[in-house]
Write a protein that binds this ligand. Structure first.
Ligand SMILES: *Cc1c(COP(=O)(O)O)cnc(C)c1O
Length: 348
């Protein structure tokens, strides 16, 4: 396999991340062999999938002379937390535009945003959603008027630049599976802003056309992700056309098949349900894996439900890409039992 040419990146993540089999879980389900690609281990503070995209996006920001990063997401956004911490690591300023409602406690990712020294503005969803472009332009103009050079990173760093994160991750995973002696029939991930799904779908298409990338949506619809993935890929091909000439030809977006399940979203983004919490607990009890209720928990729950109902019957090896998100678990602690018993000694 020859890898395709790629732009410069900065190094922020500890790569490659491990790949390990989850044999107790596979045995319990009586399905395919399940492997875990541990992208929750990319870095402790920058944990998860966003740092892979930021390695390329922040290289682009530095090249353009930026001194201030501006980005957006939910109050508990993993992407915003990773961006705030990466900015601190690089000595850049950072401003997060967060979608409310504001939370009562300074907890999880929001706590880390604060520790990282980011400027944080929270807008209620009723303003954030319809007026985001104006809010963004207002802050960009604000920093420019102060003589700063702001750089805007879209939601989840999901654009043509960020796509490189999971194109290169696909190559990394491919090498590991070959070393282990298999090629996965299916690679599973959670999808929210679409960039991880787009990078994996494109990456595996370029590597071999047999591996199916199956994404589990945590918001929006399958049709939305179909369009988002193809748009990001088209942006990528347009932007890197000359770099890619020779290795990627034609209209690559047209050749891709995008697979998204919208069945396990539940009541909505960051809103869970009992069967989800049960699957998360099973993963931790059986394999010592920490999942989060916003992203990885829903994808994992979807994958095991689909295994149980026979959707992966002809599959021998399936890789679950753990995209991080552990800090999002703690603000949702109320959904999990505390089984600790307070004892006295001597017992009565
Ligand atoms: C952002 C995120 C995702 C989804 O990735 P996208 O590229 O935004 O679709 C999945 N898991 C975790 C933990 C995330 O933070």
């Amino acid at each position: 396999m020859t890898s395709i040419p790629r732009p410069e990146k900065i190094s922020l993540a500890n790569l490659p991340t491990p790949l390990r089999p989850l044999d107790r879980l596979s045995e319990r389900l009586g399905g395919p062999r399940i492997w875990l690609k541990q992208d929750e281990l990319t870095e402790l503070a920058l944990s998860g999938n966003k740092v892979r995209k930021l390695e390329f996006v922040l290289a682009d920001a530095l090249q353009s002379g930026a001194d201030t990063l501006l980005t957006c997401g939910g109050v508990q956004s993993n992407h915003c937390r990773a961006t705030a911490l990466a900015a601190a690591r690089l000595g850049l300023d950072c401003h997060l535009i967060l979608r409310g409602p504001m939370e009562r406690d300074n907890d999880g990712n929001l706590l880390l945003d604060n520790l990282a020294g980011a400027e944080i503005t929270v807008y209620d969803g009723s303003q954030f959603v319809p007026h985001f472009d104006q809010i963004r332009d207002h802050w960009l103009a604000h920093y420019k008027s102060k003589g700063k050079v702001p750089y805007f990173i879209p939601m989840g760093a999901s654009n043509g630049v960020g796509l490189w994160g999971y194109i290169t991750a696909s190559e990394e995973l491919y090498e590991q599976t070959q070393t282990e002696g298999f090629t996965p029939e299916v690679v599973v991930c959670a999808t929210g802003s679409g960039g991880t799904q787009a990078g994996l779908t494109l990456g595996w298409h370029l590597l071999n056309r047999r591996t199916q990338v199956q994404a589990y949506a945590v918001c929006d619809s399958a049709i939305y992700f179909q369009q988002k993935v193809l748009t990001d890929v088209a942006h990528w091909q347009q932007r890197y056309g000359s770099l890619l000439s020779g290795s990627v030809t034609g209209n690559i977006a047209k050749e891709l098949s995008v697979h998204t399940s919208e069945e396990y979203i539940g009541p909505g983004y960051a809103q869970g349900y009992p069967a989800l919490y049960e699957s998360m607990t099973l993963a931790t009890e059986l394999e010592g894996i920490l999942l989060d209720p916003v992203y990885t928990g829903k994808a994992f729950h979807g994958m095991i439900e689909d295994i149980k109902r026979g959707s992966y019957q002809s599959v021998k090896n399936i890789v679950f890409v753990h995209t991080g998100g552990v800090y999002g678990l703690f603000p949702q602690r109320v959904h999990f039992n505390n089984r600790a018993r307070v004892c006295t000694w001597p017992e009565e």
